[in-house]
Design a binder for this molecule. Structure first.
Ligand code: CP
Length: 332
């Protein structure tokens, strides 16, 4: 496993990632997924390194899978929970990060409800010459790079289980449906999928899918389409990504009711008849059952990749920590 072509110091956004870099992540993750299938699921790649999970906003999947990924790589882990931290005594976020740095942290995995916090911390660390690496674990409505990368890995593994690579998506149609306005997952997925050669179709109500999203497709290898009704997005789609309706981020009343939203944009068995036979559904979780997706579809393992996405998250996050940590192992 070679890290020679890896140049990113931090992972804050996918805007600048190239197909070659996506393939490094996919191949590294595939190699770690093989490790995770063994009886001994640990490698010594990051032995002696410290990974701090600084989650200023709640998380189940991302926080736990980064923690497990770090442990599988033999790193030491520190977990921060805002409710029991000195934030409540007025400590700033940057001083919190500096405190973890002073304890010898090598990599910080940061989630915050405001866009830009991981980038601001990375800039402050770089300015002061600190070697710490920063991973954005989801910041406001900006980006969620590791989620988009695990989505990409899940899809590419399905298309070729032994050699997942981004070129497998060429000519595929992928629909991203729902609350795109508030979704950092959608933004990161738009960057990765429009680098792939897939056709990307966004669908949502005009209040949840502003017209300016069409600009995201400019000068990208893939075509990007914006739809304010669901049918053209689903028609002959190979993959459908549905997104959580982010009730907590809706400051204005952008929807008449959840029931009407489900009627207009909910993913149901009936609607999936428009898609390619063999269509697969993805959702980053957590799910509002019966709102963005019907409850029975979520549990249908023939159609839903939701559990595989969570499982993929561990191998993908191992790959990201490994690449940023400059770890060397033959996985043997
Ligand atoms: N998909 C995702 O980010 O889930 P969590 O909020 O549980 O981490």
């Amino acid at each position: 496993m070679s890290t020679n072509s890896w140049t990113h110091r931090h992972i804050l956004s996918l805007t600048e990632f190239t197909p070659k870099e996506y393939n490094i992540i996919l191949q590294t993750a595939a190699s770690f997924q093989e490790v995770l299938g063994r009886r001994m699921k640990k490698v010594p790649a990051l032995q002696g390194q410290v990974v701090a999970n600084l989650f200023f906003e709640p998380s189940t999947r991302t926080r736990n899978s980064f923690e497990l990924a770090a442990k599988r790589l033999s790193a030491d882990t520190l977990n921060f929970a805002p409710g029991t931290s000195s934030l409540s005594k007025g400590e700033t976020i940057l001083d919190t990060a500096m405190t973890y740095l002073a304890m010898g942290t090598d990599m910080m995995v940061i989630r915050h409800r405001d866009a830009g916090v991981p980038t601001a911390i990375a800039s402050a660390m770089d300015r002061n010459g600190y070697q710490v690496r920063i991973l954005n674990a989801g910041d406001g409505q900006h980006e969620h790079p590791s989620q988009a990368l695990l989505d990409l890995f899940t899809i590419c593994k399905l298309l070729n289980s032994t050699e997942p690579r981004i070129e497998l998506l060429e000519g595929k149609k992928i629909a991203i449906v729902g609350d795109i306005l508030h979704s950092r997952v959608a933004r990161s997925n738009i960057w990765s999928l429009t680098a792939s050669g897939a056709e990307v179709h966004l669908a949502g109500t005009p209040t949840l899918l502003p017209k300016y999203f069409a600009e995201f497709g400019k000068n990208r290898p893939s075509k990007l389409f914006v739809h304010w009704n669901i049918e053209p997005a689903l028609e002959k789609a190979d993959f459908v990504m549905t997104l959580r309706l982010q009730k907590e981020r809706m400051s204005q009343h952008l929807l008449p009711s959840l029931r009407e939203y489900h009627q207009l944009f909910g993913i149901t068995r009936d609607r999936l008849k428009l898609c390619q036979p063999g269509v697969k559904i993805l959702h980053p979780g957590p799910v509002n059952r019966g709102v963005e997706i019907s409850s029975d579809l979520m549990d249908d393992s023939q159609l839903s990749l939701i559990s595989q996405q969570v499982t993929s998250g561990i191998a993908v996050r191992m790959a990201l920590l490994y690449l940023l940590g400059g770890g060397k192992t033959d996985n043997g």
